[in-house]
Design a protein around this ligand. Structure first.
Ligand code: ADP
Ligand code: MG
Ligand code: MG
Length: 199
């Protein structure tokens, strides 16, 4: 079973990983965006880690709702409301249970990813974070490590795609040949989940 501490660890590992990879995320956002994805997420997840340390919410759902609130209020870019929605819907779906099973987390994350697709209008293949998140959720039934591999593969598979949503879509065919920054950060989020689980 996964308790609040597990979810706080997931967010803390994500914050550390975003911090470590911020330059790479911003570099990916340079040819097909506005070169701010790394700094956007660094600001957001630093706020998430700080708030979680200060308030230490006692249930998985409350951890994710607090993290979502921080992302929505501190990240200016498109990714803030999108990641905020992912964590908010996932947290709401988990409700106020003190512990959740990996299966319940998989179901809740599926609802979270669906909410991101509803908000942003992106489908798989549009060269967005969805291209890492959907394969990750599909693989979650096979364990956290399988989800991590699927997310990483999904992020890499965005390179030959033409962007159909977000800022990169303004470039049309010129968006082809670059890995999507948001899919890359989503792979970090899923890798952090596996690391928090000790996998
Ligand atoms: P901004 O484009 O506002 O500067 P960021 O650079 O922080 O925001 O985030 C860009 C990432 O957000 C993209 O690489 C993409 O993965 C994701 N993204 C943008 N628009 C959408 C959307 N409509 N649906 C899903 N993901 C999106
Ligand atoms: Mg950007
Ligand atoms: Mg921006």
């Amino acid at each position: 079973m996964l308790d609040a501490e597990f979810f706080r660890r997931w967010m803390a590992v994500t914050a550390a990983s975003v911090e470590r990879e911020a330059e790479r995320l911003t570099a990916l956002d340079s040819p097909i965006g506005d070169a701010d994805h790394g700094s956007n997420l660094q600001r957001g997840f630093t706020a998430v880690a700080g708030a979680l340390e200060k308030e230490a919410p006692g249930t998985p759902g409350a951890v994710l709702l607090l993290a979502a609130k921080q992302l929505i209020s501190t990240v200016g870019g498109a990714s803030g409301p999108l990641y905020g929605t992912l964590l908010r819907r996932t947290g709401k779906t988990l409700g106020d249970a003190a512990e959740v099973s990996p299966e319940e987390l998989a179901t809740a994350l599926r609802a979270g990813v669906d909410a991101v697709m509803a908000l942003g209008g992106a489908a798989p293949g549009d060269k967005t974070m969805i291209d890492a998140l959907v394969p990750a959720v599909d693989a979650l039934g096979d364990g956290f490590a399988a989800a991590r591999a699927a997310a990483e593969q999904g992020a890499q598979a965005t390179t030959p795609l033409q962007a159909r949503k977000g800022r990169a879509s303004y470039l049309g065919e010129r968006s082809i040949g670059h890995q999507d920054p948001g899919a890359t950060s989503s792979a970090l989020l899923v890798a952090a989940l596996a690391e928090a689980a000790g996998e």
